[in-house]
Design a protein around this ligand. Structure first.
Ligand SMILES: [Fe+2]
Length: 453
């Protein structure tokens, strides 16, 4: 991307070139960036008067008193303070974007489910109106749990902005390219990348290449963080330098605009006379970022057996109970399989965690058939799942030479809370009614006699 690609009238900080043009590398860094020289105060946060007549404002993503290491805030230097970016609020209807709790007596969430890719309709759908909630878990009002969505976007937001006070959004594109013009800068993403938009950050979404379809994990709880690596050491999995936050970019546009806000599961709109993307400079560690999934360095079995899939965790959002995540974001990407005398695909299991998977592209090794790119599966709390018959027989009888799993990228949103299907997921989305039958063909081999069957 070059600076010439930016939306008309937007001015962006310079200084980052090469692979980082427009971005600053690092996870959770304390960044600083300015789109006009001298806009960022030095040595203090709140000068008596700011350069350019800007207003200083703090955006706090954690409580003021959160422990150091978790404490996140950003100081913004902006054309108008945010109190000018909202007015009176009017409730609006957003029938397809649901929040937890959303437990419907007529919907059975107990089960193993799979869906074909949801077709993108012909109609005009923006980032807001094109959001289709599949599952919800926990409770948005007490900031625990999550929702999973599919976005179907055909049109850019124009003079329209959005923020969620409820949640941090993890965005996983599957088709098309999107641009997130945020208060803190511009992020472009495409399939094989992800983006994180933190709670409270104002933005609009433009379609760079459409239609766009992908997955969203809406995190009601504590922010995503990198997992501890334990004995793995200081490297591999997701490395901090591969996360990129945007440099400052702002627009000075006096135009009638609409701001939509998600707050406690409800949607409201408010009207203002200008663009709220007016942060000329900022510094801090609470910001949006992107990550290229191709830079994820997987670690796995190099002699025998199969580690738990947590070995593929990219990001984890804690729940307050140590080691038990509100959400884990887990990546199944191409890798070498070398284990000896082992069943190499994921084993059969039941899990206290609820697992929602999406296929970004290619073939997933435990389900060679039926789990299509763009498709979704759900294996809910304590419901058994595992390889289908073909995957089991194939892996049980394969010659165990080193083999590369190529052409594959799937992910999982895994939560400690049971996931409840929405009406859309149960009735409107293309659910594979026969999915549960994938295990029907598994044979009983036991006949009481010893020996390999
Ligand atoms: Fe599982």
């Amino acid at each position: 991307m070059t600076i010439h690609d930016l939306p008309q009238g937007m001015i962006r900080a310079t200084g980052t070139t090469g692979p980082h043009e427009g971005y600053m590398p690092g996870f959770g860094n304390d960044f600083e960036t300015e789109a006009l020289p001298g806009a960022l105060p030095q040595g203090q946060n709140s000068p008596q008067k700011c350069n350019y007549g800007l207003y200083a404002e703090q955006l706090s993503g954690t409580a003021f008193t959160a422990p150091r290491g978790q404490n996140e805030r950003t100081w913004c230097y902006r054309i108008r303070p945010s109190v000018h970016h909202t007015g009176r609020f009017t409730p609006i209807d957003m029938p397809h974007w649901k929040s937890a709790p959303n437990i419907l007596p007529q919907v059975t969430s107990l089960g193993q489910y799979r869906w074909d890719p949801i077709p993108v309709p012909e109609e005009d759908l923006t980032w807001i109106t094109g959001m289709r909630t599949m599952t919800t878990a926990g409770d948005v009002n007490i900031q625990v749990g999550m929702a999973s969505h599919v976005y179907l976007v055909t049109r850019s937001m124009e003079d329209e902005y959005f923020f969620s006070a409820d949640s941090e959004l993890l965005i996983v594109p599957q088709e098309g390219r999107l641009r997130f013009c945020t208060e803190l800068g511009v992020i472009d993403i495409e399939p094989k990348e992800i983006a994180i938009i933190p709670r409270g950050l104002v933005y609009r979404v433009e379609v760079l290449e459409g239609p766009a379809r992908g997955f969203v994990c809406e995190n009601y709880g504590q922010k995503f963080d990198l997992p501890g690596r334990g004995p793995i050491g200081a490297n591999c999995l997701a490395n901090p330098r591969d996360f990129k936050s945007p440099v400052a970019a702002f627009e000075d546009r006096e135009v009638e605009s609409r701001v939509v806000i998600k707050w406690c599961g409800q949607f409201h709109e408010t009207r203002i006379g200008h663009s709220p993307l007016d942060v000329v400079a900022w510094h801090g560690n609470y910001c949006a970022y992107k990550y290229d999934l191709r830079t994820y360095s997987p670690v796995g079995a190099i002699l025998f057996d199969h580690p738990d899939p947590s070995i593929f965790t990219v990001l984890t959002a804690p729940s307050g109970q140590e080691g038990t995540a509100n959400i884990d974001f887990v990546l199944f990407r191409e890798r070498w399989m070398v284990a000896e005398h082992s069943f190499r695909p994921p084993w059969y299991h039941k899990n206290i965690m609820s697992e929602l998977m999406g296929n970004i592209y290619g073939v997933y090794d435990a389900k060679p058939q039926g789990f299509q790119p763009g498709g979704i599966s759900l294996h809910n709390c304590m419901l058994p799942h595992g390889p289908d018959r073909d995957a089991f027989e194939g892996a049980s009888n394969a010659e165990l030479k080193p083999a590369k799993l190529a052409n594959t990228m799937s992910f999982m949103f895994e939560t400690r809370f049971p996931q409840h299907l929405t009406q859309f997921a149960a009735k409107d989305a293309p659910m594979q009614e026969e999915y549960i039958e994938v295990w029907n063909q598994i044979e009983k081999k036991f006949d009481g006699t010893p020996g390999i069957k």
